[in-house]
Design a protein around this ligand. Structure first.
Ligand code: Q9C
Ligand code: ZN
Length: 339
């Protein structure tokens, strides 16, 4: 399996996030990528595809904000990471506000997504990693490739960040696959948290099928999205499928949900699969509540490989750093078994 990663993805290192009224140490640490990369003997650097593929998903003003935000923060005399404190929950619109404080709120839905001096570089190269892995999986005879994306992407929308995500790597990959000639692209999101950004980007698009298996948002972040009745906008009803599962879900029930997701993808007629893979379904993940064990991961990937679709696997979450490398390697291994 070819693995893509760029060292600049490890530069982004926010100090803290707001959680339950407290500042806690940032969970999405650079060491996550490092410990995954150590499980692969050879790693390819991504090619630079430039800005165009990012702008097929994200609004230009949002991308410009991400690029300039930390510089504007420093120019305003601030120390530390950019974090907003005023969020426009009603009548959000593209006002041409200039203050960095206003923009930091306009373009975010939570306070878990700080911007550092290196965030743009890391997010940019994470997206390039997704693009290169997609190009590789799309080549005849290749079949599957792994993009070690970090920062992750699935909570980021067209013009907002959130949940440790800035650029939506899976959406950028899906659009890239379309550009390479695939007309029925499916995104399967297996991160513990619902991929609200990816869902939002494709909600009214009948040409991309978004399927997510995740912790029930009645109980877990991101709360406001990922409920079973969200099935696609008008003109695209049925092109979104949400499968929320309760706390404590183990491999037996998870596998039933996955089987349903895979049959739905096959029935929809997918010709390319983007797999948003989070290892935060792991039993000991510090911020999640499923009970998937290390030996379960290759069972899941083996099931997915039986679809026989060209597949790009993109890293999303997974926060038990000591077990993360082994869990991801086990998942990738199960995929290779089917080759
Ligand atoms: N302290 C991904 O897995 N914070 N994002 C939740 C836990 C945000 C997770 C509260 C979780 C975001 C890509
Ligand atoms: Zn997650």
């Amino acid at each position: 399996m070819i693995v893509f990663f760029d060292f600049r993805q490890a530069l982004h290192a926010p100090v803290r996030e707001l959680h339950n009224g407290e500042w806690v140490a940032y969970n999405e640490v650079p060491e996550r990528a490092a410990c995954i990369s150590r499980h692969f003997s050879s790693i390819a650097g991504p090619e630079d595809h430039g800005m165009a593929p990012l702008l097929r998903v994200h609004d230009r003003d949002y991308v410009e904000f991400l690029r300039a935000a930390h510089g504007e923060w420093v120019a305003a005399g601030r120390a530390g990471d950019v974090i907003g404190y005023t969020f426009p929950v009603v009548q959000r619109r593209p006002l041409s506000l200039t203050r960095i404080d206003a923009k930091a709120g306009l373009y975010a839905f939570d306070a878990a997504t700080p911007i550092t001096a290196d965030t743009w570089s890391s997010a940019y190269w994470s997206a390039q990693t997704a693009l290169s892995a997609t190009g590789c999986a799309a080549k005849p005879g290749m079949g599957v490739a792994f993009g070690l994306c970090r920062p992750p992407g699935h909570h980021a929308g067209r013009n907002y960040m959130g949940g440790y995500c800035y650029l939506n790597n899976a959406a950028i990959a899906a659009r890239h696959a379309q550009g390479l000639g695939f007309s029925r692209v499916a995104v399967l999101d297996m991160d513990y948290h619902h991929g609200n950004g990816t869902q939002d980007i494709f909600y009214d698009d009948p040409d991309v099928f978004f399927v997510s298996i995740h912790g029930d948002p009645q109980k877990d972040y991101p709360f406001f999205w990922g409920h079973a009745d969200e099935q696609g906008g008008s003109g695209a009803v049925g092109s979104t499928l949400n499968i929320p599962l309760p706390h404590g879900t183990q491999i037996d029930k998870y596998r039933v949900a996955l089987d349903f997701a895979l049959r739905s993808i096959a029935n929809w007629g997918a010709d390319f699969l983007v797999l948003s893979f989070g290892a935060d379904t792991f039993e000991d993940d510090p911020i999640s509540n499923f009970r998937i064990r290390r030996e379960d991961f290759p069972v899941l990937s083996s099931d997915i490989s039986k679809l026989g679709l060209p597949t790009v696997i993109l890293m999303e979450g997974g926060y038990h750093v000591a077990a993360l490398g082994e869990n991801v390697a086990a998942f990738i291994q199960g995929f290779s078994n089917g080759e």
